[in-house]
Design a protein around this ligand. Structure first.
Ligand SMILES: Cc1cc2nc3c(=O)[nH]c(=O)nc-3n(C[C@H](O)[C@H](O)[C@H](O)COP(=O)(O)OP(=O)(O)OC[C@H]3O[C@@H](n4cnc5c(N)ncnc54)[C@H](O)[C@@H]3O)c2cc1C
Length: 390
């Protein structure tokens, strides 16, 4: 496969020298594990204490990783990305909510992003997290087959209604909705509910997408079983394929509770499962639409070569590459430059509400050291290229 990801001029064309310096500083800080831990604690404290640091956060980490505080505030970034044929997936990133009014507010936010997507063709998907729409504990109890109380049953019905309202609107607007995957001990309930939504709304094409975390060794088996049911019941599968973001938490819980670790034995096993699953999906693209969410270059090259091998057009509407805003621009922009479908998750929301997301991002990045090193290499290389040119 033609190696394209080293072209830093294409990768960082939208970044000013100032933004490159800022990114370098941020990623350098992120590589320092202790600094991330201290920074996260301080950030949590200053926000809780209502100290006036919003502006500082906004011009540093927020502007690098987020699109804005509201949908409209993201428009500038959405248009900028689209000037290079990179699409945006507005991701309302307020995490860790636990109250009914907050879940209702999140539902309304997702419906707003659907309206925004309807009026803006640079936004081809919307996205939400299952536990953005209902309590984690309810998903967990359903997953563990624990009987719900009468009140909890009502709560679950409300969750189902919220999912259905969003999927119905997405279907009416013909805008697919990506549903994130979370911890394994709540995920079965989400999977079952999302499958019902697929059955209802994915008759012609995939409107509802679930997420497959292949750091879980059971996921390709699950996908194959789902595929059989989809063929029998006559619906399409929409699937975002990722490695998975909660590895340490998963391993720790399995060890503490004495059950079999749901995570692959090592990174190579996860990588192999990613490859095998991707192959299965591409070979069955008539039944399974694909959103490959990854910052891994090998996985991205693999998908490119699978398209070529299977005579599928680079911009086939059923196959998307996805990265997070503020990360792996060398993958996103070089792919879009070669006419592949690329979308970046663009987190947004009030600074204070998005902070838990940003902290999670920093912690994740500091634990995936190779990725940060790669970001720093690309930034340095582009700086040198610009210096030579001037
Ligand atoms: C657009 C997009 C959407 C996403 N949506 C979700 C989502 O809905 N749910 C979710 O959980 N995550 C999601 N993620 C995050 C994703 O799961 C990964 O955490 C992140 O992308 C890093 O994986 P990678 O493929 O990019 O890169 P890589 O650097 O190749 O892989 C790192 C990943 O490999 C796995 N891994 C690392 N070490 C080991 C080990 N020792 N044993 C086994 N596995 C290991 C872990 O999953 C780790 O995150 C999303 C990512 C993107 C880009």
């Amino acid at each position: 496969m033609k190696q394209i990801f080293d072209n830093t001029e294409i990768a960082l064309a939208l970044k000013s020298n100032y933004e490159i310096d800022r990114a370098q500083l941020l990623f350098k800080m992120i590589t320092r594990d202790r600094l991330v831990k201290i920074g996260s604690t301080v950030a949590k404290f200053v926000l809780k204490a209502n100290l006036p640091v919003e502006k500082l956060i906004r011009i540093t980490v927020f502007n690098h990783f987020c699109g804005g505080i509201s949908e409209e505030d993201c428009t500038n970034t959405v248009n900028k990305l689209f000037s290079k044929k990179v699409y945006a997936v507005l991701d309302y990133s307020a995490e860790g909510k636990e109250e009914e009014v907050q879940f209702g507010a999140v539902q309304n936010k997702i419906l707003n992003t659907l309206e925004y997507a309807k009026s803006n063709s640079c936004v081809p998907f919307v996205v939400f997290k299952p536990t953005g729409l209902g309590r984690f504990k309810i998903f967990q109890k359903q997953t563990e087959n624990i009987l719900l109380t009468t009140l909890e049953k009502q709560e679950w019905e409300t969750i189902v209604k919220r999912f259905d309202t969003i999927c119905a609107r997405a279907s009416a607007y013909n805008i697919p909705v990506l549903i994130d995957a979370e911890e394994s001990w709540m995920q079965d309930a989400a999977d079952n509910l999302i499958e019902k939504m697929m059955e209802k709304y994915n008759k012609q094409r995939a409107i509802v997408f679930n997420t497959l975390q292949v750091y879980r060794w059971d996921r390709l088996i699950y996908l194959k079983e789902l595929h059989e049911r989809a063929k029998q019941c006559g619906f399409k599968i929409g699937m975002k394929l990722v490695r998975g973001a909660y590895m340490e938490k998963e391993r720790k819980r399995a060890q503490e509770n004495g059950y079999k670790d749901p995570i692959c034995i090592n990174k190579i096993a996860t990588d192999n499962l990613y490859n095998d699953t991707l192959k299965y999906m591409v070979e069955n693209v008539n039944d399974i639409e694909i959103f490959a969410g990854t910052h891994n270059e090998e996985s991205s090259y693999l998908l490119m070569s699978l398209l070529e091998k299977n005579n599928i057009a680079t911009n086939d509407h059923r196959i998307w590459f996805g990265q997070l805003f503020g990360m792996s621009d060398h993958i996103s922009f070089n792919l879009s430059n070669d006419n592949y479908n690329v979308a970046k998750y663009l987190p947004y929301g009030p600074v204070k509400d998005v902070m838990p997301y940003l902290i999670r991002r920093a912690e994740e990045n500091s634990s995936v050291a190779g990725q940060t090193t790669r970001e720093l290499y690309i930034l340095k290389k582009e700086k040198e290229r610009r210096k030579l040119k001037s």
